[in-house]
Design a protein around this ligand. Structure first.
Ligand code: CU
Length: 525
């Protein structure tokens, strides 16, 4: 009896309850959960920015907000969505799934994992706080291009500080992920037997470690230009504002792959499960992911065709960029080949995964259009670009985040979610997404520039459609929130393998998973 009591006391000591459970968390599942909720909160903040700026663009001539504040809205929307919403969501997936899928007891550095997460709320607070300082929030675009970013008020300093903190968080998270994957796999799980989600995150983590310090360098130079008398980006002092763009995009282009590679991984888990077939072309998927990552370092100046670079430079960056279509095409064809003649069913995760392939591929195709220097010079800074990257980041990253959430929610909560509500969420999201962003292609082709608070009459109709649909898109996400809450609170008990998939690696643990992570190592054939 006393042994039982002692054991119980140990247990109570090991697992703090209430707020301590979260603040002191070293458990990868709790930390994963916090990342995912943090990300959801940031989606709401970034979404509010987006809806406010869409409201301003509802009709020509409206003046709901002043133009300077409008610039803050577009800037903060980008910063919050990229660094606060999409990246932490994928790190949340990494925390939950990597130890489970490779058979590790937890992440390699559990306390650093805690620190990585808890850096994010202060960083997000600094970003939001910047709205309330004189001069307002950063308003130089999410790229914070010099020289405008050098001249802005103190809100920019808060933004720079926030980016530094989020960068440190990302680097630590990535070191944790690389170390866990390379050192803590179950016996027998060689690199080429890892689930594809693990491969994509391993490659993503290397990208993050490589480029986050470059961003840190760029914004530190910005900071010293602003306050300490340096002239890195000041032409009058012998510097060069275009150099800022080079440094920023050397980070920025790999960054957009950081935002999509884990999405590829999630989709590569879901498509085989709901097709009841093994993933087609596993090793070509691994090599394609690695090729995309390597190529992402040599294409950055495709964002800079209008800066007056030599034609030879334009040609190099144009062809290098087009080359990325090859491994990306390999991935799309492999997903299609996996589905080919499979015994497919279309539960919500599969709907989002198939939706991802269709709509993300559209974003990839407009990317090829924009890679061509002569076309890009026409389309630069128009709504065509806005349409392009929202097809990659909303229909790409966000759809995969939804797909993965529905896919693993039974594992995470022990309950099945409401399938009807999940499907409703998918169709509303798909329809409103396309209604919001498809017209922007036409606006861009017709010459409407982005980042302006107003526009001439000729652009009125498509903008009205986009604004109404953006609100529909935003409201549809309440369905998602309702599904999650309902699933956490109850629902049918999830089976060990709720999807009856062909490869059950991520379902080798009993569902719901017991509190403190790892039970039995998965057996790898
Ligand atoms: Cu790029």
């Amino acid at each position: 009896m006393s042994a039982v009591l002692d054991h119980h006391d140990d247990h109570a000591h090991d697992h703090p309850h209430g707020w301590r459970r979260w603040l002191y968390a070293t458990n990868h599942k709790d930390i994963g959960t916090m990342y995912l909720w943090f990300s959801f909160a940031m989606f709401l903040v970034g979404g509010c920015n987006a809806l406010l700026l869409r409201a301003e663009l509802f009709q020509p001539g409206l003046q709901l907000v002043n133009p300077e504040f409008f610039n803050s809205l577009t800037t903060m929307h980008g910063l919050v969505m990229v660094f606060g919403a999409i990246m932490p969501a994928f790190v949340g997936f990494a925390n939950w799934q990597i130890p489970l899928m490779i058979g590790a007891s937890d992440m390699a550095f559990a306390r650093m994992n805690n620190f990585s997460f808890w850096l994010l709320p202060p960083a997000a607070s600094l970003l939001v706080l910047s709205y309330f300082v004189p001069g307002g929030a950063p308003a130089a675009g999410w790229t914070v291009y010099a020289p405008l970013s050098v001249q802005m008020g103190p809100g920019m300093d808060l933004g720079i500080f926030a980016l530094h903190i989020m960068g440190a968080s990302s680097i630590m998270g990535s070191i944790n992920i690389v170390t866990t994957i390379l050192n803590m796999r179950a016996p027998g799980m060689t690199l080429m037997k890892m689930p594809l989600f693990i491969w994509t995150w391993l490659i993503t983590a290397y990208l993050l470690i490589a480029v986050m310090p470059v961003l840190a360098g760029a914004i530190t130079m910005l900071l010293t230009d602003r306050h300490f008398g340096t002239n890195f980006f000041n032409a009058a002092g012998g510097g060069d504002p275009v150099m800022y763009q080079h440094i920023f995009w050397f980070f920025g282009h790999p960054e957009v792959y950081i935002l999509i590679l884990p999405a590829f991984g999630i989709v590569s888990e879901i498509i085989p499960t709901f097709s009841r077939k093994r993933l087609f072309g596993y090793s070509s998927m691994v090599y394609a992911t690695a090729s995309i990552a390597i190529l992402s370092f040599v294409v950055w100046a495709h964002h800079m065709y209008t800066t007056g670079m030599p034609v030879t430079g334009q040609l190099f960056f144009m062809y290098a960029t087009m080359l990325i279509a090859v491994p990306t095409g390999v991935k799309v064809f492999n997903w299609l080949a996996t589905m080919w003649r499979g015994a497919m069913t279309f539960e919500t995760p599969m709907l989002f995964a198939v939706g991802f392939i269709f709509v993300f591929t559209m974003g990839g195709l407009t990317g090829i259009v924009l890679s061509m220097a002569p076309l890009d010079i026409q389309l630069h800074d128009t709504y065509y670009v806005v349409a392009h990257f929202h097809y990659t980041m909303v229909a790409g990253s966000l759809f995969a985040i939804f797909a993965g959430t529905y896919y693993w929610l039974p594992k995470w909560t022990g309950h099945m979610y409401d399938e009807g509500m999940g499907k409703l969420h998918f169709w509303l999201t798909l329809i409103f997404f396309n209604l919001t962003f498809f017209p922007m292609h036409f606006l861009g082709l017709a010459g409407m520039p982005r980042r302006y608070a107003d526009y001439p009459m000729q652009f009125a109709d498509f903008n009205m459609v986009a604004t109404v649909s953006a609100f529909g898109f935003g409201l549809s996400q309440l369905v998602f929130l309702a599904v999650i809450i309902k699933c956490i609170k109850g629902g049918a008990k999830a089976a060990d393998k709720p999807w009856e998939g062909a490869h059950g690696l991520e379902w080798t643990l009993p569902s719901p998973a017991p509190y403190h992570t790892f039970e039995t190592p998965p057996i790898v054939k």
